[in-house]
Write a protein that binds this ligand. Structure first.
Ligand SMILES: [Zn+2]
Length: 471
C-alpha cells in the first residue's frame, strides 16, 4: 500500500561547524567573493592567499539523487589552466598543467536540489527569491592529489594541515540582498550562513525574522507565523535562553507535487531553513497541521540542541536528533491536548530496533541515513525523561541541566549526555546498554530495547505483527 505521507529529511546537519577544525588567523587562507550577474546567475571569484598544488572544498557532498558532484552540474570554471574535479571523497580545483592560479573565476547557476547530508546550495522561492549557502565556497590547500585520494570523508587527517580561515564575501550586485532579515550591500562570513537575494520581504518581530515564500499555501504561512514564535517562547521558558541573536526563518514552497507531503529542514546558528512540498498541503487538514507542527517544533528545538550546544562528532548526533524529536512531541502535547505522542514514539522504537541491528549506532547513518539517529535517539531520550520525571522534572529539565553544564564549551557529546543520564538517576545497566549500542552494536536490538524501556517505566509487548508496542 502506498503511504501518502512522506516525511523527507528533517535533518540537522552539522557538516564542518565553525571553529571545530579551523584555526582563526588574522589573514584568510582564501576568500570567495560572490555576486549576482543577472539571468539568475552568479559569479564567484576565489582568491587563494597561499601557494598550493591544489585546493579542496570544505564540503564535498553529492546529490541525494544520483550521487553526483553537484558543482559539476552547476559551476563553470572561467579561468584557464584550472578545472573542477573529484578526487576520492573530495571536490577539488586542480591545475590542468603548471601552477595553480591564485585567482579563479567561476560562473554559477544556483543548484537547488537536495544533497546527501549537507545543506542545499540554493533554496529557491516561487517568486525567484533565493537563499545561497556560504560554506560551499570555502576551500583549503592540499599537498597532492595522492594525499587527497587517501583521505576519508573528513579532511582533518590530511598531513600538514594546520587549519585555515576561509572567508566568503557576498555582494548585492545591485539586487536586494539580506541576512537575518536586514538588508545589506555586502557582508563577509567566516562561519557558515545563508544569504538571500530577491524581492520577498521578511516579517520581523521581537522573536523572529520570517522570510516566507509568497507561494506557500496561506494556512501554512499563517501556521508558521503563529506557531514558531510560540514554540520558541515555550522552549526558552523550559530551557533558558538559546545562543545567538534573533532567529531567522526561511521557508520555501517547492510546489504542489502530486501525492506528496514533504518537509526538508535544517538549522544553522540562528537560521531555520524549511523546504516544503506536496499537493496534500495545499488545503489544511488536522493531519497536515500536526505534521507541520512536529516539523517546526523539531527544527526550533535545534536552536538549543545543536546550536547552543552542538553534539561534537557526527556519530554523536542521536543526542540532538532524538532529543529534538521527543521535545517536539512534548511541545505538541503542551500546545494541543489532543495530540497523540504514543504512535510516533512507537514508530521510533521499531525503527531503531530495525536499523540499529547491524552494527554500532555511531556509524549507522553510513548504512541507513540519518533516520536511525532520530529513532534511537528518541528511545534513549525516553529513558532520560523517565528518570527526570522521577525527581519532579521532565525531558526539558534534563536538557536544561545538560545545556547549562555544557554551555561554555558548547558541546554536549554522547559522553556528556550519558553523564547527565547518570546524574538524573540512570542505572549502570541502562548506561552500559546505550554505550554498547553506540560503540559496537548489540545482537538482538528488539529485546534490548524492550528491556531498556521496561526499565524506564514502560510496559512493552509485541503485537501479532512482531512490532513492539508501548503502554
Ligand atoms: Zn533535526
Amino acid at each position: 500500500m502506498r503511504r501518502w505521507l512522506v516525511i523527507a529529511a528533517a535533518a540537522f546537519l552539522a557538516g564542518a561547524p565553525a571553529g571545530a577544525d579551523r584555526v582563526e588567523r588574522a589573514t584568510p587562507t582564501m576568500t570567495a567573493s560572490v555576486e549576482p550577474i543577472g539571468n539568475g546567475r552568479f559569479r564567484a571569484v576565489l582568491h587563494f592567499d597561499e601557494d598550493a598544488p591544489l585546493w579542496i572544498f570544505h564540503r564535498s557532498a553529492v546529490t541525494r539523487e544520483g550521487n553526483e558532484d553537484w558543482r559539476q552540474l552547476s559551476w563553470t570554471v572561467r579561468t584557464r589552466g584550472v578545472r573542477l574535479t573529484r578526487i576520492g571523497n573530495h571536490a577539488a580545483l586542480v591545475p590542468t598543467g603548471g601552477r595553480m592560479p591564485k585567482v579563479v573565476e567561476i560562473f554559477i547557476r544556483p543548484f537547488a536540489d537536495d544533497l546527501l547530508a549537507d545543506y542545499t546550495p540554493a533554496v529557491t522561492f516561487t517568486d525567484g527569491t533565493l537563499a545561497l549557502f556560504s560554506d560551499h565556497f570555502t576551500m583549503r590547500p592540499a599537498p597532492s592529489v595522492e594525499a587527497v585520494a587517501a583521505l576519508g570523508a573528513s579532511f582533518n587527517s590530511l598531513p600538514d594541515y594546520r587549519g585555515g580561515n576561509p572567508r566568503v564575501v557576498f555582494r548585492s550586485g545591485g539586487t536586494t540582498m539580506r541576512h537575518g532579515g536586514e538588508r545589506i550591500n555586502h557582508k563577509h562570513f567566516d562561519t557558515p550562513a545563508y544569504v538571500t537575494y530577491g524581492s520577498a520581504a521578511p516579517r520581523i518581530s521581537d522573536e523572529i525574522s520570517a522570510l516566507l515564500d509568497p507561494g506557500l499555501p496561506r494556512w501554512l504561512r499563517e501556521q508558521l507565523l503563529a506557531e514558531v514564535p510560540g514554540l520558541l517562547d515555550l522552549y526558552a521558558q523550559k530551557l533558558g535562553p538559546h545562543g545567538g541573536g534573533r532567529p531567522e526563518l526561511i521557508a520555501a514552497w517547492e510546489g504542489p507535487t502530486p501525492n506528496l507531503v514533504s518537509f526538508g529542514g535544517s538549522v544553522m546558528d540562528e537560521t531555520i531553513i524549511l523546504q516544503i512540498e506536496g499537493d496534500r498541503l495545499t488545503s489544511p487538514s488536522r493531519q497536515a497541521f500536526g505534521f507541520v507542527r512536529q516539523f517546526i517544533a523539531h527544527e526550533a528545538a535545534h536552536f538549543w540542541l545543536g546550536s547552543t550546544v552542538g553534539y561534537g562528532d557526527p556519530g554523536d548526533a542521536w543526542t540532538s536528533e532524538g532529543g529534538a524529536d521527543l521535545m517536539a512531541q512534548r511541545a505538541a502535547e503542551a500546545i494541543d491536548p489532543q495530540h497523540d505522542a504514543l504512535d510516533p514514539i512507537e514508530s521510533s522504537v521499531n525503527n531503531c530496533a530495525a536499523m540499529a541491528a547491524d552494527g554500532p549506532l555511531k556509524a549507522a547513518p553510513e548504512r541507513h541515513g540519518q533516520q536511525v539517529f532520530y529513532a534511537c535517539g528518541l528511545v534513549f531520550s525516553l529513558v532520560a525523561e523517565h528518570h527526570a520525571r522521577q525527581s519532579g522534572g521532565d525531558f526539558f529539565s534534563f536538557w536544561h541541566e545538560l545545556i547549562e553544564a555544557e554551555r561554555d564549551d558548547g558541546v554536549a557529546s554522547v559522553e556528556d549526555w550519558l553523564a547527565a543520564l547518570r546524574r538524573v538517576g540512570g542505572t549502570e545497566e541502562q548506561i552500559a546498554l546505550i554505550s554498547t549500542m553506540h560503540e559496537v552494536g548489540v545482537r538482538d536490538t528488539g529485546a534490548s530495547l524492550a528491556a531498556l524501556l521496561g526499565s524506564a517505566g514502560y510496559n512493552v509487548r509485541r503485537d501479532e505483527d512482531g512490532r513492539l508496542r508501548l503502554s
